[in-house]
Design a protein. Structure first.
Length: 587
């Protein structure tokens, strides 16, 4: 094996890793919505969590990616530590699918069907189909399908390049001696762990081992099995690195991944070594029989299945061990609302964004209702609560907006893009609603501090308007948080009634000023109240318009509102009902 073979090996490895990464990312995008539905099933128990981890990893072809995703879920509060343990175990089984796909390269025979099964036969066809889909299709889904096929083709070409580069090692005595040394189980585990930690992919390191075994025919079962065990330990490095700077539970999830693989390797390596030591015929067969690509895939699957069968019933013990070794901090740690690790799975990241935006909406609605209450029941505790809620919504707007901008740099589906646009528009409206809550509070404080009071008529008018605004803000919050289209459609007719109330109340106020029934100073405060309440209803209208538009993939709020205000019988019916409910006599 000369310098050019080494360069060919490096190039083959680069193609292999690039193809695997390319295919995995495209598979994630194509399966984004399904990943959300799989995630929702995690609460059903151990087996459901196990199957979820298996399914997700089989789809994205990387247990490291799945585990990093799990660390992000735990860090964001989407998943408990106990749920994460079951998913991690499933991921270890799911990653063996890659080895089975790669083992197709070892198929041999003159039968036409067998020849067609070899990757060298069908990979060029897949590459051709993939490039056609990628270059000539406009649909993002079809483009992603093309990238999946191109990634798989690149992966298999890299595998073939590695096999060709190392084929000359079959005649090198030193290579055979090297693998004789790896028949020492400890050295084999270390070799597998170090190689996998360097390239951060157990699938890739298994692929390299398969390429060596296929090209040289000099890798024995006895040498390969410990290396495969070590590869499971090495793949933990990715999750460990991803847990830096996360919450305690996220660190525990990464630790569980490591402890699961280390404990499984120690136990089954001990069984393997003792069996070889006590049963001479088995030792002779393991050290004298050369392993194939399919044999490596089998050993990989059997080992991970055995680890799972051994430790799945003990998941509670793993959880307690992780909690003991990664104890809670003495001071409560700050909750991280959004985790950038989830950006690797845009659909799930967007769902998390929606959850946090829902928390923001709930906070803004509560603060506005508290602002209305402060007009009649002002206390220091209520004032502090309103200002704290406003600070909180400001923080929410900042982190959600920044997160969505980062998410927009990833390739996402049209549906997810519409949802991201909706969120960007809505969080600004909810932030402004909380600002109006503070404005209402400041008006209440001004009335108190200056000893001012509104006339009975003005107080009655504001009371009725506050009731209407209270209802519209609740409708807007429910329309977004629960995606309630009925609530969203009720907002606009009520907003029109509130606009009409504002104009009439302003006219009444001017009359009182002209008649000397209201002081100028109190009149300014009253005018501020009227403005803030009416503008709150405008923001509620924007929120409801976004919800309706997003349901129709339109995102043209003004067009939707024009349609809502047209000759719709429903709009007229709701407008009449709200007018009867809130308009004062002589309006």
């Amino acid at each position: 094996m000369d310098l050019f073979d080494v360069l060919a090996l490096i190039g083959g490895l680069a193609l292999f890793l690039f193809g695997m990464n390319l295919m995995g990312q495209a598979l994630e995008r194509r399966a984004g919505g399904k990943l959300e539905s799989l995630l929702s099933k995690l609460t059903t128990g151990k087996i459901a969590g196990l199957l979820t981890g298996l399914g997700v990893t089989a789809v994205i072809q990387s247990s490291s990616a799945t585990t990093v995703m799990v660390v992000g879920f735990v860090n964001s509060g989407l998943m408990s530590l106990r749920q994460a343990i079951n998913v991690i175990m499933g991921a270890n089984i799911g990653t063996t699918v890659t080895a089975w796909i790669l083992s197709l390269g070892g198929i041999s025979g003159d039968n036409l069907f067998l020849k067609l099964l070899k990757p060298t036969s069908f990979t060029p066809v897949l590459a051709l189909i993939g490039i056609v889909f990628y270059m000539f299709c406009k649909s993002n889904k079809k483009k992603d399908t093309g990238v999946i096929l191109l990634g798989f083709a690149t992966l298999m070409f890299g595998m073939d390049a590695m096999s060709d580069a190392v084929s000359g090692l079959a005649e090198v005595p030193a290579f055979a001696e090297l693998f004789i040394k790896f028949q020492n189980p400890i050295l084999g585990v270390l070799a597998g762990a170090i190689l996998t930690a360097i390239i951060q992919s157990s699938s890739a390191s298994v692929g390299i081992l398969q390429a060596l075994a296929q090209a040289t025919g000099r890798v024995s079962f006895g040498a390969a099995v410990p290396i495969i065990m070590g590869q499971n330990i090495g793949t933990c490095i990715t999750a460990i690195l991803s847990s830096v700077g996360t919450t305690k539970n996220a660190k525990r999830a990464a630790f569980v991944h490591l402890s699961f693989n280390v404990i499984g390797t120690v136990i089954w390596l001990t069984v393997f070594s003792v069996a070889k030591l006590l049963w001479a015929p088995l030792a002779a067969w393991l050290d004298g029989t050369m392993i194939t690509s399919a044999g490596i895939a089998t050993a990989h699957s059997v080992f991970n299945l055995l680890c799972t069968l051994l430790l799945l019933p003990l998941s509670g013990l793993l959880e307690r061990l992780a909690c003991r070794l990664v104890p809670d901090a003495k001071t409560p740690e700050e909750v991280v609302e959004l985790d950038e690790r989830l950006l690797a799975t845009p659909a799930v990241a967007l769902e998390r964004c929606h959850v946090v935006a829902g928390e923001m909406a709930t906070c803004a609605v509560a603060s506005l209702r508290d602002g209305i209450r402060s007009l009649t029941d002002l206390t220091p505790e209520l004032a502090e609560s309103i200002r704290a809620a406003e600070d909180k919504t400001d923080h929410y707007e900042d982190i959600i907006g920044t997160y969505l901008v980062k998410l927009s740099t990833h390739q996402i589906s049209d549906r997810d893009s519409a949802e991201a646009t909706k969120l960007l528009k809505i969080i600004g409206d909810f932030e402004r609603i909380s600002d109006h809550a503070v404005n209402l509070l400041e008006s209440a404080e001004e009335l108190r501090d200056k000893g001012l009071s509104l006339t009975p008529a003005a107080s009655e008018e504001i009371h009725v308007l506050c009731n209407a605004v209270d209802e519209i803000v609740v409708l807007a919050g429910r329309s977004f948080v629960d995606n309630d289209l009925n609530a969203a459609r009720d907002v606009e007719p009520l907003e029109q009634v509130i606009d009409r109330m504002k104009e009439e109340l302003r006219t009444r106020h001017i009359r009182r000023l002209q008649q000397g029934g209201c002081s100028i100073e109190a009149g300014f405060v009253w005018s501020d109240l009227l403005t803030n309440l009416e503008r709150t209803s405008d923001h509620c209208s924007n929120v409801a318009g976004c919800v309706i538009d997003a349901s129709e993939y339109n995102m043209n709020i003004h067009q939707s509102l024009r349609v809502a205000k047209s000759d719709s019988p429903y709009f007229k019916e709701k407008y009449t009902a709200y007018a009867d409910k809130y308009l004062l006599p002589n309006f």
